[in-house]
Ligand binder design. Structure first.
Ligand SMILES: NC(=O)c1ccc[n+]([C@@H]2O[C@H](COP(=O)([O-])OP(=O)(O)OC[C@H]3O[C@@H](n4cnc5c(N)ncnc54)[C@H](OP(=O)(O)O)[C@@H]3O)[C@@H](O)[C@H]2O)c1
Length: 328
């Protein structure tokens, strides 16, 4: 029996919390497919419908893994994937949004996922060399062909969102949004709200940091992406830990974990907000889903925000090169 409420991304009904699947293939340590598939099945059993992947995660491994996990359970899933990184992991970044590439990427994702349609197809990063009208025009043709149901963008700027939505309704914008990354609040979120576009916050747990699980990068794998992220760098990490200490204090007073408090804060951004915390573990999945029941008063929200003011966050959310691909 499901206890997960429903929210809407545009016209698309989804569970109020989705499951981010990136870490099952890359970014945060070695893949363990058996454990990941058990977590995916547990998520579906508990009433999570929205699964978030990309053709980029693990250079195709993640889509193949999801395909295996949902075989026989396709109808229970709102399947979201993305295109746009035309390079493989470890190669120099190449963003492509031209119409031919959109068509080719979609076919490849359908094949890896083993499905005949994708429920929510995102452009992972905007290609500055291609007008967004061309990219979304090609995505819209995929909808007409029945290969895709709804369209999304990721890390797009406010004007791009507007132009895209004028070509075809955009159901969701997926961008980073958490207690330590609030950049989209000023301009981008208001545009989404004006246009009826849902918001899917990625890395809502600050890549795990806001749970209080990490005191250093020492135990992380050599290729863990957090090792190259400024907020985890020596000096910055220690300063950011003072924020987590305050969150942990506030969480204990409410009888929840720091991660649950951080997730509940994101969930309180609005009914059009559907975070996708990522985990490979059933235990964390359950803990994260329990955050849906955490109620925060205006006083709680103010105290949480006071614990993590923008001026106290040390370091950018991405390295300089990766930042150039965001919000454009
Ligand atoms: N559109 C984009 O450009 C973009 C970028 C990044 C991510 N995403 C999507 O957003 C999803 C979520 O973001 P994310 O995975 O980067 O970051 P996140 O959800 O903020 O954090 C994930 C990390 O937190 C750990 N974790 C999760 N729940 C926990 C808990 N209750 N207690 C302790 N640790 C916990 C996970 O550990 P374990 O893995 O060990 O369980 C993992 O290391 C991704 O999976 C991906 O689908 C999209």
């Amino acid at each position: 029996m499901t206890t997960v409420p429903t929210r809407h991304l545009g016209e698309l009904a989804v569970s109020a919390q989705g499951l981010g699947c990136m870490g099952m293939s890359h970014g945060y340590g070695a893949a363990d497919d058996t454990q990941s598939i058990a977590t995916l099945h547990h998520a579906l059993d508990l009433g999570v419908t929205l699964l978030d992947t990309s053709d980029f995660y693990g250079s195709g491994h993640n889509e193949e893994l999801i395909g295996r996990a949902i075989a026989g359970r396709r109808d229970e899933v709102v399947l979201a994937t993305k295109f746009g990184f035309a390079n493989r992991l470890g190669e120099p970044t190449l963003i492509r949004g031209d119409a031919a590439y959109v068509r080719q990427a979609c076919e490849a994702s359908l094949r890896r996922l083993g499905v005949d349609h994708i429920d929510l197809y995102y452009q992972h990063r905007v290609d500055p060399r291609v007008p967004i009208e061309e990219t979304v025009g090609a995505m819209s043709e995929l909808v007409q062909a029945g290969k895709v149901r709804h369209l999304g963008l990721s890390e797009a700027g406010a004007q791009t969102v507007r132009r895209a939505h004028a070509v075809h309704p955009i159901a969701a914008l997926q961008s980073e949004w958490s207690l330590w990354t609030r950049d989209l609040e000023a301009e981008i979120a208001p545009v989404c709200r004006e246009l009826g576009i849902g918001i899917v916050p990625f890395s809502p747990l600050g890549r795990g940091f806001l749970t209080g699980r990490y005191n250093s990068t020492e135990g992380m794998a050599e290729n863990d992406i957090r090792r190259s992220q400024p907020r985890f760098a020596d000096g910055n990490l220690e300063r950011n830990l003072t924020i987590v200490a305050k969150l942990t204090e506030l969480a204990s007073a409410k009888g929840v974990t720091a991660g649950q408090l951080a997730l509940a804060w994101v969930q309180h951004r609005g009914d059009d907000v559907v975070p996708i915390p990522g985990t490979r573990r059933r235990q964390y999945l359950e803990e994260n889903l329990a955050a849906l029941a955490v109620e925060l008063s205006p006083e709680d929200l103010a105290a949480i925000e006071a614990a993590a003011p923008a001026e106290r966050i040390a370091g950018n959310r991405y390295d300089a090169a990766s930042l150039t691909f965001t919000s454009r």
